[in-house]
Write a protein that binds this ligand. Sequence first.
Ligand SMILES: Cc1cc2nc3c(=O)[nH]c(=O)nc-3n(C[C@H](O)[C@H](O)[C@H](O)COP(=O)(O)OP(=O)(O)OC[C@H]3O[C@@H](n4cnc5c(N)ncnc54)[C@H](O)[C@@H]3O)c2cc1C
Length: 622
Amino acid sequence: MGIEETEAQARGALDRRSFLKGAAALSGAAALSLGLAGCGPKTAEEAKASAADAMGTFSEEGVATPSFLVPPEPVDEADIVEEVEADVVVVGMGLAGICAARAALEEGASVVCLEKGTEYHLHSHQITAINSAIAKEQGVEFTDEELERVLNRMMADGRDRCNYNLVKHMVYHCGEDFDWYLEKCPDYTVVRAEETAGETKLDYEAILNICTDGLAARAGRHFDDVTPEREEAAKAGAPYLNLFNHPVNPAWDVTDERYPMFASVIAVEPNHSYVGKHSAAYVEEHADVRYAVWAKQLEKDDAGRVTGVLFADEDGTYRRAKAGKGVILATGNFSSNPAMVDYYCRSAAELEPTGWPEVDAKGDVTNTGDGISLAAWAGAAIDRSETMTYVCDSYGGAMGCNPFLLVDGLGARFMNEDVTGEVFGAKSLRVAGKVMWQIFDDSFPDQVANMPVGHRCYWRITEGYDDIPLGHLFDPIGTMTRAEVEKMSQFKADTLEELAEQMGVPADAFVATIERYNELYDLGRDEDFGKRHDRMAPVRTPPFYATAITPPKFRNTVGGVMSDEHVHALDENNLPIAGLYLAGSMVGNRFHGCYPNTNMGQNHAGCIVYGRLAGQNAARGV
Ligand SMILES: Cc1cc2nc3c(=O)[nH]c(=O)nc-3n(C[C@H](O)[C@H](O)[C@H](O)COP(=O)(O)OP(=O)(O)OC[C@H]3O[C@@H](n4cnc5c(N)ncnc54)[C@H](O)[C@@H]3O)c2cc1C
């Protein structure tokens, strides 16, 4: 598993109890979709009434509106016990909300922040940061032509449905905005994997250090010798940053890739809280930050401008936050709201969720899509994107997502394997037996030489480091240890027939597949699936290895409210709603159909870049 995922893996799937607790707090629609509804109705009328109750409301034609889109009753003015006022009101104190609030404060605006947890929430690691100072210091600078290539690819990823200038702002600002984010962090270490003339010299010791001391908070789940004291010490420490995928494979040419993945990422270790806490502290010092409060409704004036937020305490007491200049919704995604997932992301509903088990002040899971409802009730358009986009990742096999041979549950080859981890994940649900086996032979250390730069792709195998119990330890530098490959391989055999038996696939079909694959390699052309020849690794030298590609997990949604390039929320006619801004996961109109691996860490980049933009625009009245 990659460094970014080890924590998620260790935490396992979203805690079942809190997930169900969240579900229980949801509308009847959630109960219906989870099959928790009570006894069925007896008559057609009862059925309609029952369905209406569960699903929200029905139109004359019988089209359902789910309850999370049905606006609540207005709050009685007499029930509002307090009124606070600021230029900008930010809802949600995750990475996006923190950046939005900080940017608004830096513009001289007064800010109120509303957060339903008892503290702010920061987590995970990778972030797209093209042309950041750290990258430039290491001689990695994208030219204008390369920036255009990234932008065009991102637009093509979304079939050009997304807002060009919104995506462009991300590509051209993610580096400088990362520098701005880092500015507040007084102490950090940049881990360099240096390339010296004629010889690849990697700073393995520094990278190992990340995995022992620097990562103790996470490594506690992997290393037996991590004591609580050591874990605390690590938490108090400074972050480690490294330019992911550098140095790149010299044999790799991004312009010659079916699915280019740009080497545009910085990994923040142990996680974003180590950097983000400094921005959060600044916000806590300068803004009126209210924890353990729930934003309940947006308020608008007669002209349709959003003027503030009604929010409630844990005991249900209502207060009003008036926003002179704007409200920023930074409420995160809706992966923990089964009814919303079922409605917007049908195909995600069958996946196991791996969200962060974060809870609000009542102990209910966050990421319930509150902002989607708040915005929709205020007239905003939700970005439907065919099926709303979500992150569906696979960790690949023992050789990650490298394009080695794949066979299905019948032992047959079925695709050009030269794709990305996102495709691995989605594809595995659509093949015979719903299983994809990654197959390679003992020549893999030589065969990886032509593998791409990518999400969990490796182009270098290192001997040694046998006793390190972390998977894909050198992930950031595209390197695997032989020991890790051995450990992560599910099956190993000296004959193909034996391997087939272990995998449980028909041996005849499997052997025929391998023979055909080797034949295509000898032919010099993949007549069957069109894979480039230098990535056709023949399977001839025993022992042979097989690993089932890890099933895709549903991480988080990345579609939100329709947005323009100024991160204004848009109405049903795609026109801006005055006074309403979006940040982080709430920003729609930037992905369509899939969350591509073109750049890693686009979620976090969306928090910082669009958070900063929302704060600036709200404060400036843009
Ligand atoms: C396992 C895992 C690994 C990941 N790894 C990466 C990675 O490496 N790189 C990457 O780019 N992304 C990664 N992501 C995704 C990334 O973590 C999220 O996209 C990002 O943190 C979202 O930040 P946000 O500020 O938009 O939302 P959040 O962090 O969810 O913050 C939203 C905040 O709003 C609050 N809130 C919600 N509703 C209300 C309300 N009604 N009233 C008041 N407060 C409210 C919530 O309590 C929360 O604090 C990963 C996600 C997972 C699950």
